[in-house]
Ligand binder design. Sequence first.
Ligand SMILES: Cc1ncc(COP(=O)(O)O)c(C=O)c1O
Length: 399
Amino acid sequence: MTAFAKRLARISASPTLQVAAEADRLRRAGFDVVDFSAGEPDFPTPAHVKQAGKAAIDANFTRYTVAAGIPELREAVCARYRADYGVNLTPSEVLITVGGKQALFNAALALLDPGDEVITHAPYWPTIPEQVKLMGATPVIVTTKSDDGFALSADAVVSAITPRTKAIILNSPSNPTGALIDEDTVAAIADAAAARGIWVIADLCYEQLIYDPVAHNLPKVLLSRHRSRTVLAGSASKAYAMTGWRCGWSIAPPDVTAAFNVIQGQSTSNITSITQKAAIAALNGPQDAVAEMLDEYRKRRDNIHAWLTAHPGIQCLKPRGAFYLFPNVSGLLQPGGLRTSAEFAQALIQREHVVVVPGEAFDAPGYVRISYATSMDRLREGATRILRFAESLCASQLS
Ligand SMILES: Cc1ncc(COP(=O)(O)O)c(C=O)c1O
């Protein structure tokens, strides 16, 4: 047996990537696969952003940069947050990372010790608890329910605090539910954390993808109440359709940012130099593309939601942010047939060639995640197949 480090036994591979591999296998076998598993925008990166990347190559901006990211980009993050949230940051509080994922990873590495507890909420994006486990810490899960709109209760989070609690990780808008955490809830959590010296790490990677004009200024709430122990993780991936460029950032106090910089300097160093120039264009340039993509996502959300919930076996809230629908399909499950949402997703791929991610991946059995970051035509086709599949399950329940 290969002698891997013990820490590897604590974590598992990304379930989303596993489903994507199955989709790929079917596609290569020649099937017309409708893939609702993607966690990324289907839009191209905006033209002016691509242009900035090309210009960086032509100008030979192709060498190492400082590990933290070039000052101009860290300034651009500060300027964006000033414009969007009215918060005043300095570049010493910003570190440029390989996507929001590395920002969260740096935070986990810098702040968590074996034996620590970290409170987060389910349904969750699996990377959050997996990173915690990789550090030898223990995720403590507060479960939110669809009956409450997947709303997170501050009381539930505070009740989960023990003397071993080191951090609380929040994700809003949420992947996979699209739920938002209210400002009041975040304020109450921040106050409780401040009183006990607990870190609050907020994954805001979908912060630009909120459909209704609701108050959701989590940077301001957190920085005004608990700045000395707050880490924000942001990303260019979803807002600017830049997943492959790999650009995110952390916002944290200068000493914490310096610690992240040490970790990054001894691991990946700077993110790609070319990407840094493109990200400056994204953050400083016109934001119209973000609004246009959001409008299109909204239309898709409304349609796929209406199409699927026309079936009585599919219950689903309308997501308030991100680009995922998270329907409850337990009405279509039964002891003698498909018993779990994992079996449901597997049968859906095999019979209808529609790929969804089973809720088990997000600690939410009975649900599936449908990404609507795909064209309206593919959404219509996929919905038709899912409804046909649902009908066939109902027919077999009756027979
Ligand atoms: C909730 C959440 N946070 C963070 C990320 C990180 O994305 P990236 O590393 O591309 O910024 C993702 C990506 O799917 C996500 O869903």
